[in-house]
Design a protein around this ligand. Sequence first.
Ligand code: ADP
Length: 423
Amino acid sequence: MAKLLLGCIADDFTGATDLANNLVRAGMRVVQTIGVPAGPLDADVDAVVVALKSRTVAPAEAIALSLDALRWLQAQGARQIYFKYCSTFDSTPQGNIGPVTEALMDALQCDFTIATPAFPDNKRTVFKGYLFAGDVLLNESGMQNHPLTPMTDPNLVRVLQAQCTRKVGLIDYAVVARGAEAIGERIGQLKGEGVSIAVVDAVSNDDLLRMGPALAKMPLLTAGSGVAIGLPSNFGLAPSSQASALPAAGGLRAVVSGSCSLATNRQVLDFIQRGGAALAVDPLRIAAGVDVAAEALAWAAPLVEKQSVLVYSTAEAGAVKSVQGRLGVEEAGAMVERTIAAIARGLVERGVRQLVVAGGETSGACVQALGIAQMQIGPQIDPGVPWCHARSDAAPGAGLHIALKSGNFGGDDFFTKAFTVLA
Ligand code: ADP
């Protein structure tokens, strides 16, 4: 088996897929694992993205999880390590971006690394060390009100310095504009000033591509998913359709949706307006003890033989609030996730081999119910959402194709378009 080129540690599940998708588009063959695998890698790929749930746990736990992932990636021969966090730099004053970065630097005996969440394709840009989300600074973007990781300071040097014992500096846009050599010189200068971690400006994909060669020899990179686009060429890889090749798709087709985002509401409506077979799941009936999953599977069984089906709990904000008011936010969420996951598993047991799941948390629940440990990343359906191929005990033999769509991703026709991409 070829040696692993890039070993990635992602601090959450859909963020891992986002990174994997960018690497595939830039020419790498990639698998994403759900947590740290128990055994050696059993896929011939250029990069592995280990998906952790470490963004909002206590720093000590995030460090332990990340070091565990690092050891596994090193055992697979990874030549470079990439710590991936959110493009809005989601963290608290305690971390976990800083503490995990420093723990990885210690373990890798790495004296210098970068930190940049820039992802211009997704409108996240860094200028003079300040992070913009779209046209506004991070702290005006709504992120200042995030329930778990409120971001009230858009200056990343300051934010990261507060989380680190090492000195944090800046490589600004004027240096990046002059290319890899100038970036290398600036790194030398920063090291001379005692800086070990540099926030790097990037306002366009060109900036990220110019940055790529300057990062070739760094043992550790820390970034959002954007920096990934400049890395495969360091290993002699160029974009190719082979990178996203998956086994041939077959079997029946279904969509399950537990996302209540605006985008998903539009996607459900679009699927129904096109005459698609769709069934709504009512959380209050689940709460009343009705076996809603069994009902949904009985409804789907004859239909799915002929056409793709959609089972959804997706509802508009008012309806969701009313359900949450009656059942509690957490209870309603967990109950619906369990039901959608049971339906997903039941559909796969009945022959569905092309499954679209809408919703970040819902995806986590479905992947768990299907016993999926790793996914090979395939072609992109819409930005940030690729088809994947996975083995599952519910789909013995050839496994299944699965697409995990987080809330606001995807065009209105996503539930129709997804299957045409695979065909
Ligand atoms: P997104 O990616 O859009 O945030 P998630 O799956 O992460 O989607 O989160 C949606 C949450 O809402 C899940 O916990 C899900 O179980 C819950 N949910 C789904 N439908 C309903 C509903 N009709 N009423 C209340 N909660 C719901």
